[in-house]
Design a protein around this ligand. Structure first.
Ligand code: NAD
Length: 256
C-alpha cells in the first residue's frame, strides 16, 4: 500500500519538485495548484513513476476550499499520510506603499491555509496514528529583509504554528516541521527579481548578485533536490521524533 501525500502548490516550483520526488519514492500524490495545466502535470508525473495521482485547483484564499481539498484527497485515496503546506505568494514593497489586499492575501495563502488544512487533516491523522505535516516556510521565517512585511510575518507565523502542532501531535504520531529554504530559482523568484529590481532601482543581474544571494554564504540558488530530500526524510516512519523543528536550507544565511 502506497502512502498518500498532498502537496499544496505542486503544479509549479518547489511543490512540483517535492511531488516528483515523492512520486519517485512510490507515494500516491494529490497534486494541487492554480496552474491551468495542473491536471496534465499530475497525469504526466503519475505515468512517469507509475503511481496514483489526482489534482485539485482549490483556491487557498477560501477556507472552505482548503477544507474541501483535504476531504477530496481522503475521499479519492481513502488515506492521507503526508500534508505539505507549500503554496505561497510574495509581494515586495516598502511598507507605506504595501497594498492592504496584498498583505491580507499573503497572510491568507502562506499562513492561514496551513492552519485550515492541518486542522481538517488532524482528526484523520490522529485516528490512523500517523501524520507528517511539513510546512514550507522560508529563511524569511527566521530572518527579515526589507520590503517584505507580509511575507516575513507569514513565514514567522508558520514556524510558530509548526511548534504548536508538534506539541499537540506528539501523542498521535503526528509530526510537524518547517523547511526554510534560501532562494530557489522558481517562477515565484523570477517574479521577485523584477519586483526587487524596481524597489531597489537595480538591474535584474544586480538584484541576484547584490540582494538575493548577498546573505547566503554559498552563492548558489538552493536546489529542488535539496528541499525534496529534506521533505522525504521528514515523511519517514522513522522520523517520529523529529518534530517542532525548522530546517534552514539556506546556504548559511541564518548562520549569521
Ligand atoms: P511558485 O510560484 O513556483 O509556486 C507557488 C504555487 O502555489 C503554485 O502552484 C500556485 O498555483 C500556488 N498558489 C498560489 N496562490 C494560490 C491560491 N490562492 N490557491 C491555490 N494555490 C495557490 O512558488 P515557489 O517558489 O515554488 O514557492 C513555493 C513555496 O516555497 C512558497 O510557500 C514560498 O514562499 C516558499 N519559498 C520559496 C523560495 C524561493 O526562493 N522560491 C524560498 C523560500 C521559500
Amino acid at each position: 500500500m502506497n502512502k498518500v501525500a498532498l502537496i499544496t502548490g505542486s503544479t509549479s516550483g518547489i511543490g512540483l519538485g517535492i511531488a516528483e520526488g515523492f512520486a519517485k519514492a512510490g507515494y500516491s500524490i494529490m497534486f494541487h495548484g492554480l496552474e491551468a495545466n495542473g491536471a496534465s502535470i499530475a497525469k504526466e508525473v503519475g505515468g512517469k513513476y507509475n503511481v496514483e495521482v489526482s489534482f485539485s485547483n482549490a483556491n487557498l484564499l477560501v477556507a472552505d476550499e482548503v477544507e474541501k481539498l483535504i476531504e477530496q484527497t481522503i475521499k479519492k485515496f481513502g488515506m492521507l499520510h503526508i500534508l505539505v503546506n507549500n503554496a505561497g505568494i510574495q509581494y515586495v514593497a516598502p511598507i507605506e506603499d504595501f497594498p492592504n489586499n496584498k498583505y491580507e492575501n499573503i497572510i491568507a495563502i502562506n499562513m492561514n491555509a496551513a492552519f485550515y488544512a492541518s486542522k481538517k487533516a488532524w482528526e484523520f491523522m490522529k485516528n490512523q496514528n500517523f501524520g507528517r505535516i511539513i510546512n514550507v516556510s522560508s529563511v524569511h521565517g527566521l530572518r527579515a529583509s526589507e520590503f517584505k512585511t507580509a511575507y516575513v510575518a507569514s513565514k514567522h507565523g508558520v514556524i510558530g504554528m509548526t511548534k504548536v502542532l508538534a506539541l499537540e501531535g506528539a501523542e498521535y504520531n503526528i509530526t510537524c516541521n518547517a523547511i526554510c529554504p534560501g532562494y530557489v530559482k522558481t517562477p515565484l523568484v523570477e517574479g521577485q527579481i523584477k519586483d526587487q529590481a524596481k524597489a531597489h532601482n537595480m538591474s535584474a543581474e544586480e538584484v541576484v548578485e547584490k540582494v538575493m544571494l548577498k546573505k547566503q554564504a554559498v552563492k548558489e540558488f538552493v536546489s529542488l533536490e535539496t528541499i525534496t530530500d529534506m521533505a522525504l526524510l521528514l515523511a519517514k516512519d522513522s522520523s517520529s521524533t523529529i518534530t517542532g523543528t525548522s530546517f534552514a536550507l539556506d546556504g548559511g544565511w541564518s548562520a549569521q
